[in-house]
Design a protein around this ligand. Structure first.
Ligand code: PAF
Length: 308
């Protein structure tokens, strides 16, 4: 059984894929859900609806199912509080899977849940939440799951391992192109780098991702990737600079018609994930005495917009 914390676009997407494949799942939402049906439009435009009690159980934050793997799909700045709200209900060794933009949450979570295996996950799937529990799958891409390095300290390995297999198996089975990665930190950093470029720029200028291909952005994007590359290198991550520039360009092209999540957060006056994206990279840069003027500037501009 998978319990999904967060009824946003990504949480509902995994719930829909699980339900479609015949698994049941729980969705835990911070605010009470006024509807009891999950509506899902798949990649080819086919509509599906899943009624509560037919495999899907809608819970509030004070409830939690027994014996479940937790897939946490809230925004980075909400991860720790969402888990702490359920602290009494989370059993030792229950796997906690973190799937969000940005980086740095696992470090926080492991301090509060030292006996739970923490799995970091990243997905390039995109989906759009148009109403509560109403989503459209708008883009496909790979998803990766891997242990946060603290796993080696968790006791009773074999027990944890078999539990993990049964919790991760449904997720790997229901989403095409989903894999276990032995190099999850690198995968998460790659997503972090992509988000650190696309998200603040599209949020500040209130443009779609594809508009970053306009010539005025090239002189900003290339040195920005270079700045982040230097931080990644200092953190012992071995990316190839040209490949990195190319990956960023490819993601911009592949998601050209999307509004990035930070663009939407600013548009709807919501708190953004900037602390866990550019903020995280800036902290790491400071630890290594690396100057990051473009990252700093984007961070400041988003903070100003958030405070408006
Ligand atoms: O945050 C987002 O919106 C997405 O991670 C991405 C890849 C930038 C596409 O919009």
């Amino acid at each position: 059984m998978i319990q999904i914390i967060g009824a946003g676009a990504i949480g509902c997407l995994w719930a829909s894929k699980l339900l479609q494949a015949g698994y049941s799942c729980h969705i835990v939402s911070r605010s009470p859900l006024s509807k009891n049906t999950l509506q899902f439009t798949d990649l080819i435009g086919k509509q599906h609806s899943f009624k509560a009690s037919h495999g899907i159980h809608l819970l509030d934050a004070s409830q939690q199912a027994e014996q479940s793997g937790l897939l946490v799909c809230v925004k980075a700045h909400q991860v720790l509080s969402a888990l702490l709200q359920q602290k009494e209900l989370i059993k030792p060794q229950q796997p906690i899977i973190l799937m969000h933009n940005g980086y740095g949450c696992a470090e926080q979570v492991v301090k509060h849940f030292p006996n739970n295996p923490i799995i970091c996950a990243t997905t390039a799937n995109a989906s759009l939440l148009t109403d509560p529990l109403t989503i459209t799958h708008t883009g496909a891409g790979p998803s990766y799951f891997g242990f946060y390095p603290q796993y080696s300290q968790v006791t009773q390995h074999s027990q944890v391992e078999s539990a993990l297999n049964s919790y991760l198996f449904p997720l790997l089975q229901v989403m095409p192109n989903a894999h276990i990665s032995k190099n999850i930190i690198e995968k998460c950093w790659l997503k972090l780098i992509i988000n650190a470029v696309i998200n603040p720029l599209t949020a500040i200028h209130q443009i779609k991702n594809g508009e970053l291909r306009m010539p005025q952005f090239a002189p900003l994007i290339q040195p920005l990737v270079l700045e982040i590359f230097a931080v990644a290198e200092a953190e012992q991550l071995s990316f190839d600079l040209n490949e990195l520039q190319e990956t960023v360009e490819n993601v911009i092209a592949a998601t050209a018609d999307n509004f990035s999540s930070m663009n939407r957060d600013i548009h709807f006056n919501r708190e953004t994930e900037i602390e866990f994206i550019n903020g995280y990279l800036i902290k790491k840069a400071q630890q290594h005495n690396i100057e990051t003027p473009i990252l700093d500037d984007l961070y400041k501009q988003i903070k100003v917009l958030e405070n408006h």
